[in-house]
Design a protein around this ligand. Structure first.
Ligand code: AMP
Length: 212
């Protein structure tokens, strides 16, 4: 099962992708997480990506596509994967389609989590992340047990630079200009499923389960 998650930043792709991955026994691949771990490790890739990410811009396709291709060719991906945050542009989607078609494969489902822009702005301002283990929380919708402390590893939670209000505005503009057209792309491919992302996490997951 090869699944692509679509939706604006903050729509809940990461949360749902993790649950799908667990339920289907396939890896959850987040390009944002791969970039962040490279930044943390101080790699060349991380240095290149950071400048774009901090501004809310997309990391160029030349960097992102190669990185994703390497990841999906690892052995744990042989039975499929959930892609979260990739593709984010039409050229990225085309590269993926082309790479898969070489071995007679294709994306099985593209799940679009729909949330209006106003809700996205509210949601992202409340997001908190643990830079140590990658866990994510929300001050209202998914608070940690102890204020601002990660439930899993006890480290302090932070508001990521790319969740700051000025960056959120840019990220939404980038989403509408570059990523939104992927909905039509996957609809044309006959694999698009739309779910209402304004419902609570469990309801959204139940809808996705039905689809899968
Ligand atoms: P995310 O954690 O998915 O919200 O991604 C955080 C940031 O990483 C984005 O705002 C982009 O700067 C960068 N990024 C993640 N995935 C991609 C991608 N597929 N193409 C370009 N940039 C990406």
């Amino acid at each position: 099962m090869k699944i692509v998650m679509l939706g604006a930043p903050g729509a809940g792709k990461g949360t749902q992708a993790k649950r799908i991955a667990e339920a289907c026994g396939i890896p959850h691949i987040s390009t944002g997480d791969i970039f962040r771990s490279n930044i943390k490790a101080g790699t060349e890739l991380g240095k290149q990506a950071k400048a774009f990410m901090d501004q809310g811009a997309l990391v160029p396709d030349e960097i992102t596509v190669g990185m994703l291709m390497d990841r999906i060719h690892e052995t744990d991906c042989k039975d499929g994967y959930v892609l979260d945050g990739f593709p984010r542009t039409i050229p990225q989607a085309e590269s993926l389609t082309e790479a898969l078609s070489r071995t007679g494969e294709a994306i099985d489902a593209a799940i679009d989590i729909e949330v209006p822009d106003e809700d996205i702005v509210l949601r992202m301002g409340g997001r908190r992340a643990c830079l140590h283990c990658g866990a994510t929380y929300h001050t209202c919708f998914h608070p940690p047990r102890l204020e601002n402390i990660c439930d899993h590893c006890g480290h302090e939670l932070v508001l990521r630079d790319d969740d700051k209000p000025e960056t959120v505005k840019t990220r939404l503009e980038v989403y509408h200009a570059h990523t939104y057209p992927l909905i039509a792309y996957y609809r044309a491919a006959g694999v698009l499923h739309e779910v209402d992302g304004t419902k609570n996490m469990d309801q959204v997951f139940a809808e996705i389960r039905e689809i899968l």
